[in-house]
Design a protein around this ligand. Structure first.
Ligand code: NAP
Length: 320
């Protein structure tokens, strides 16, 4: 099969499209014929060698594949050959024509979602769901600011929060990103590159502040975020690419909290609940992954450059 292989950590061009043996499923394993692969920012951190998790070399990147079950190993009962599925992690990596996964890493992809959309489910929607439900404990009627609402996690969070009955504020850095956040359900949108936009957010929140902030770039925004919080407000740090200074008194005076997680640390129970919620949302149409760009698998190098370039618009997906 064709697969992207990384033999050394480094710049995007360390990724090479190579011919490697197609894996065979052992007991409890599933071989997925990959139709689409989601490109996530963490794929680039891992490839560069600067991420907390360093796979042993060589490796095939990617956790988010969508496709059909090709074959199953002994004892697999949840899926059958031919079934449409998405993956949440895998054993052999998703940037390939086939991905070997544990049975527990494979989930049904509803008919109404395309394979390209299925490749945008696990990391973006899993993260947004985990943040809103398990960390923010968001309630209908609360105000959430999705700070970075134009990308994979942000568009997912806008749709989930809107379906939960929250008032949704979203930010983006381009006109098309702002339009996307609005189209996907944000009640109000703000340009995070415009000076003084935080004041516009406070004004939109009637001066009381926002209850929840889902933060995609904490190293830039965390200090200012604390000044936007309502009493008992919470910031959920989803993304950060460096250090930041904060003024703790901004939190103290608001009884505020800062919470943070990586999706790698989700518990089995939380993950089970997350997949159930996401599959239901895909089925009932409240969750509609936005595919902004489709590229061939051979263009993985370009995809890694694109995903780190400002001007996000939903997901970038590779097609093997
Ligand atoms: P993405 O698709 O590349 O989107 C990036 C988002 O960040 C866009 O909405 C972008 O807006 C926005 N952004 C850029 N500059 C910003 C600023 N100054 N203030 C606020 N937002 C800004 O990436 P993603 O998949 O949505 O992931 C977002 C971040 O979360 C990444 O850093 C990623 O590594 C991280 N993440 C963490 C977890 C976890 O487990 N904790 C899981 C998934 C993702 P414009 O491009 O419109 O400016």
């Amino acid at each position: 099969m064709k697969a992207i292989q990384v033999h050394e950590f480094g710049a995007p061009d360390v990724m090479k499209l190579e011919e490697i043996p197609t894996p065979k499923p052992g007991p409890g394993q599933v071989l997925v014929r990959v139709k689409a692969v989601g490109v996530n920012p963490y794929d680039t951190y891992m490839r560069s060698g600067g991420y907390a998790i360093k796979p042993s070399l060589p490796y095939t990147p990617g956790s988010d594949a969508a496709g059909t079950v090709e074959t199953v190993g002994a004892g697999v009962s949840r899926v059958k050959p031919g079934a449409r599925v998405y993956t949440a992690r895998s054993i052999t990596g998703a940037y390939a024509e086939f991905a070997l996964a544990l049975e527990s890493q494979v989930h049904p992809l509803p008919e109404c979602a395309s394979f390209a959309q299925g490749a945008g489910v696990w990391v973006p929607y899993g993260t947004a769901y985990h943040a809103l439900h398990h960390f923010a404990h968001a309630c209908a009627g609360e105000v959430v600011l999705i700070h970075g609402a134009s990308g994979g996690v942000g568009t997912a969070a806008v749709q989930i929060a809107r379906a939960m009955g929250l008032t949704v504020f979203g930010t983006a850095g381009t006109e098309k990103g702002l339009e996307l956040a609005k189209r996907e359900g944000a009640h109000q949108v703000f340009d995070h590159r415009a000076s003084g936009y935080q004041e516009s957010i406070l004004k939109a929140a009637g001066g009381r502040g926002v209850d929840i902030i889902l933060e995609m770039l904490a190293n830039v925004n965390l200090g200012a975020d604390l000044k936007l919080l309502a009493t008992n407000g919470r910031v959920i740090v989803i993304g950060s690419r460096g250090d930041v200074n904060i003024t703790p008194r901004d939190l103290m005076s608001r009884r505020g909290s800062i919470l943070a997680f990586t999706l790698w640390s989700i518990s089995e129970t939380e993950e089970r609940e997350t997949h159930a919620g996401l599959i239901a949302g895909l089925e009932n149409g409240t969750l509609r992954p936005v595919v902004g760009k489709e590229l061939p698998l051979a263009a993985a190098v370009q995809a890694h450059k694109d995903v780190m370039t400002p001007g996000a618009f939903g997901k970038i997906v590779l097609l093997p």
